[in-house]
Ligand binder design. Structure first.
Ligand SMILES: CC(C)(COP(=O)(O)OP(=O)(O)OC[C@H]1O[C@@H](n2cnc3c(N)ncnc32)[C@H](O)[C@@H]1OP(=O)(O)O)[C@@H](O)C(=O)NCCC(=O)NCCS
Length: 165
């Protein structure tokens, strides 16, 4: 299957919303629940400093990644607020890796310099964590009981960071 990664455009809004609704419907991945992926989610994703989509030959958006530079001067070299999603039927095919490679290339070329990329993941999301480790992200901490699941159980969040220097 041929998948290309490119910057998202306003024409991708609906595809991004549909993608996130499909991914959010599977528990254990995205923090957002399906009902929290509202119609304006595409605009929210596009408003980030970087928003990339993975697109199949027929235009189907099968993956998306976005993140933003921290605004305060002291943190201005940091890219945070990262969210990545690959359609449930397309996971494990290398699309997430491709999205990250493009994001890291964008960050390396950004001016002023971006020297750190950070993200959080649920402690039970072992698959995503393996991918982040393979990309070079290091575990930096654990936030106890940061998440609360629909059944009332708590879940810790793991903080991870990738240095670009
Ligand atoms: C996490 C995610 C973005 C990875 O994208 P992907 O296209 O499946 O990843 P790739 O195919 O490039 O890489 C595969 C690696 O991702 C990990 N992975 C995570 N979820 C996976 C899944 N459902 N199926 C297969 N691999 C998965 C594995 O570690 C795998 O590495 P391995 O082959 O060494 O076991 C994607 O699975 C996804 O959208 N998951 C649901 C949402 C989510 O968890 N987002 C991240 C929140 S922090």
């Amino acid at each position: 299957m041929s998948v290309s990664v490119r910057p998202a455009t306003p024409a991708d809004r609906e595809g991004i919303v549909a993608l996130h609704q499909a991914v959010a419907a599977i528990p254990g991945g995205l923090a957002r629940r399906p009902e929290e992926v509202t119609a304006d989610y595409g605009d929210y994703a596009l408003a980030n400093d970087v928003c990339l989509v993975a697109v199949e030959a027929d235009g189907f958006i099968c993956g998306e990644i976005h993140a933003s530079r921290e605004p305060l001067a002291i943190f201005n070299h940091v890219l945070g607020g990262l969210t990545v999603a690959v359609h449930p039927d397309r996971q494990g095919l290398g699309i997430g890796s491709k999205l990250f490679e493009a994001l890291i290339a964008w960050a390396r070329a950004a001016q002023p310099e971006i020297l750190r990329i950070e993200l959080e993941t649920g402690a039970a999301n072992h698959g995503a964590m393996r991918l982040y480790e393979r990309l070079g992200f290091k575990h930096e901490g654990r936030q106890t009981a940061r998440g609360r699941l629909p059944d009332g159980r708590f879940e810790d969040d793991i903080l991870m960071g990738l240095l670009l220097f």
